[in-house]
Design a protein around this ligand. Sequence first.
Ligand SMILES: *[C@@H]1O[C@H](CO)[C@@H](O)[C@H](O)[C@H]1NC(C)=O
Ligand SMILES: *[C@@H]1O[C@H](CO)[C@@H](O)[C@H](O)[C@H]1NC(C)=O
Ligand SMILES: *[C@@H]1O[C@H](CO)[C@@H](O)[C@H](O)[C@H]1NC(C)=O
Ligand SMILES: *[C@@H]1O[C@H](CO)[C@@H](O)[C@H](O)[C@H]1NC(C)=O
Ligand SMILES: *[C@@H]1O[C@H](CO)[C@@H](O)[C@H](O)[C@H]1NC(C)=O
Ligand SMILES: *[C@@H]1O[C@H](CO)[C@@H](O)[C@H](O)[C@H]1NC(C)=O
Ligand SMILES: *[C@@H]1O[C@H](CO)[C@@H](O)[C@H](O)[C@H]1NC(C)=O
Ligand SMILES: *[C@@H]1O[C@H](CO)[C@@H](O)[C@H](O)[C@H]1NC(C)=O
Ligand SMILES: *[C@@H]1O[C@H](CO)[C@@H](O)[C@H](O)[C@H]1NC(C)=O
Ligand SMILES: [Cu+2]
Length: 619
Amino acid sequence: MADTANVEKDSIEVLPKGPTGAPRRRYRVYFLGGALLVVIVLGLALGLGLGLGLKNRNFNSGFASGSGNSTVTYNVTVPTADNFLLPDIRNDPPQVRYFSLVVSESYGAPDTFARPMLVVNGTYPGPTLLANQNDRLIITVYNQLPNVSTAIHWHGLYQNTTPFYDGTHGISQCGIPPGQSLVYNFTLNGWTGTTWYHSHYQTQYTDGVLGAIVINPSNATVDADGRPANNPPQPANPVQWDADFVVIIQDWYHTPSQAVLALYLGPNGPDGTAGDEPTPESGTINGQGQWYGGPYANFALQAGKTYRFRLINSGSLANVRFSIDDHPLTIVSADGVDTEPLEVAGVQIAVAQRYDVLVHTNQTTGGQWWMRGTVLTDMFTYSVNDAQYDHRAILSYPVADPSSSPQPGSADPGPGVAGLQDLSTTDWFSLVPAVRQTIPEPDFQYPLEISFSVYEDTNYYGYMNSTSWVPLEGESTLTLLSTSRFISALVNGPSIPQGQLIVTTTSVQTVDLLITNLDDGDHPFHLHGHRPWLLAAGDGRYAGQALNTTDTVLMRDTHVIAHFGYAVLRFVTDNPGMWAFHCHIAWHMGAGLLMQIASQPQVALSYGMPQEILAQCAG
Ligand SMILES: *[C@@H]1O[C@H](CO)[C@@H](O)[C@H](O)[C@H]1NC(C)=O
Ligand SMILES: *[C@@H]1O[C@H](CO)[C@@H](O)[C@H](O)[C@H]1NC(C)=O
Ligand SMILES: *[C@@H]1O[C@H](CO)[C@@H](O)[C@H](O)[C@H]1NC(C)=O
Ligand SMILES: *[C@@H]1O[C@H](CO)[C@@H](O)[C@H](O)[C@H]1NC(C)=O
Ligand SMILES: *[C@@H]1O[C@H](CO)[C@@H](O)[C@H](O)[C@H]1NC(C)=O
Ligand SMILES: *[C@@H]1O[C@H](CO)[C@@H](O)[C@H](O)[C@H]1NC(C)=O
Ligand SMILES: *[C@@H]1O[C@H](CO)[C@@H](O)[C@H](O)[C@H]1NC(C)=O
Ligand SMILES: *[C@@H]1O[C@H](CO)[C@@H](O)[C@H](O)[C@H]1NC(C)=O
Ligand SMILES: *[C@@H]1O[C@H](CO)[C@@H](O)[C@H](O)[C@H]1NC(C)=O
Ligand SMILES: [Cu+2]
């Protein structure tokens, strides 16, 4: 698909089509494509080998194209605990923080199943990046992949005045070629909270190119460059906690993502039915899962404290559910936006979303509890053999007491507080922002339809209106702004220059996307460079249903648009650049479910382009 021209559809033929609001298909198909089966059987053998303690033997990777029979040792490591327990740097003076991230191919078994992986700094997940609001980040990304480019996106960060450092292949850059590096150099522009970085090149992040980012609010009056600080308003009653942890939870596949994507796009899908999303085999919490036994991440805490767990779903398809046995969770932030505290039993997190939760270590009996990161199966259209979705870590306090070790397989006793519910991925109006904001009236409203269908090349693609995205090669939409033909095509409103569906705003405008999802799947949509409000959501087409514009509506960077449903997203285009708006399910973006917002393209052009990025576009 990568070298074909953009696919445009004459008419929308949505397959499979169901009545509006119909329940999601739940096929139980046990057929596996031949190629996938071979890989799984081989992997199963390797996985069992690891289970038997054969950790140091060499395996044939079969991963790099052209790498022949090279043997790769089992190299990917789990980061040390300090990667997840964050030091308190909030009182550091504003400063320039330098980081290096090395992207390479390696071999690992995070859930006990050995497979080729793509990783950052040799670990999965990659190193956590921690900074304060008024810092400047200078991050050098080295591409040590053998034969493919990469690009690293800093999810949610605004990149105001630096849209060329957004890290999006085909949009803000062309990709860092193998053997080369790129220095990303940016400030935070008022963005605080929990987020993550990940490859935005093809489906690379699915193979492990990801890590956490945490940005603390700051009270400094000048920033790292000596300019007046840009501090977002803080809640009147800020929450207090004693220590911070990052918890990265995700689904996990046993086959490299490009092979999985090819099966998904193909006429038979991964299971014999076109359009069925690839079902993952497994999952991980902070880089460890228990597909076939295996160790648990251990959080050693103190009694009588309040901990802030920063939860990130870095997966590729599945919603995940986080809970801790006998401990309620208090949600205090969603995608980095402070919320009024909401106490829940567990929290269900869609791909790319984040929640910060407070946990009190106030239990008086016991010593160890299960932390659960369950891969939810509600998005799956078929089952795979040997799947394991129950992945866990251990919470210990005041001391790990072996006599009270949680028993493998023990049932979830709940939060220990009667009547608490989960927050689900479609509880759009349950969380209220801690800092209220008046929502502006819209200047423009654009209807938009999401659909999937089989194209004449027999492959299955995703469509935004009638366009399925294919990334530009050797150029990006941001670099194209310097060509008069391209920028002159960016008239206010939608247009499709060079096959790229783009909504342009030539001034600061408030825009509504009136979205109808004709597909039978939920889609977590992410808008780069902005935090949209979701003003309405429900079953069926959008046909003028009332918008909820009270100041209690939450803005966040990733919103779930439900199957056969509608959603209205509103945002202010005050951030000049070319911004991707896409489904964060890796397979759906790979199938083309992406469009762009061109915000004040003339202003974005005036920022210029770093010479390094232009040189990398040239090859
Ligand atoms: C590198 O990848 C390209 C395109 O994927 C392929 O044509 C080429 O053979 C590969 N080269 C090596 C050395 O693997
Ligand atoms: C890989 O190994 C097989 C069996 O040992 C051998 O037949 C084949 O020629 C090797 N391929 C390469 C590219 O070295
Ligand atoms: C910033 O000021 C607020 C209000 O005085 C205070 O609660 C908070 O702890 C301060 N934060 C830092 C990082 O000093
Ligand atoms: C990543 O690895 C490089 C090379 O080993 C090292 O210099 C750098 O500090 C590491 N980055 C982080 C964020 O730990
Ligand atoms: C894996 O480890 C082996 C031996 O320790 C080393 O030679 C090789 O370079 C490593 N590979 C990667 C990708 O780090
Ligand atoms: C980072 O950007 C700032 C502001 O443009 C500039 O002053 C500085 O020289 C840059 N640093 C590097 C290492 O590129
Ligand atoms: C522990 O704290 C939670 C609030 O997080 C509270 O609901 C619960 O009642 C407390 N349990 C005990 C045993 O004090
Ligand atoms: C999608 O198509 C509809 C109907 O043709 C059109 O009104 C709307 O502007 C389009 N939206 C976008 C974002 O292109
Ligand atoms: C509007 O959203 C708020 C939360 O922000 C919620 O409490 C209220 O019920 C919603 N109203 C409607 C009509 O959906
Ligand atoms: Cu999707």
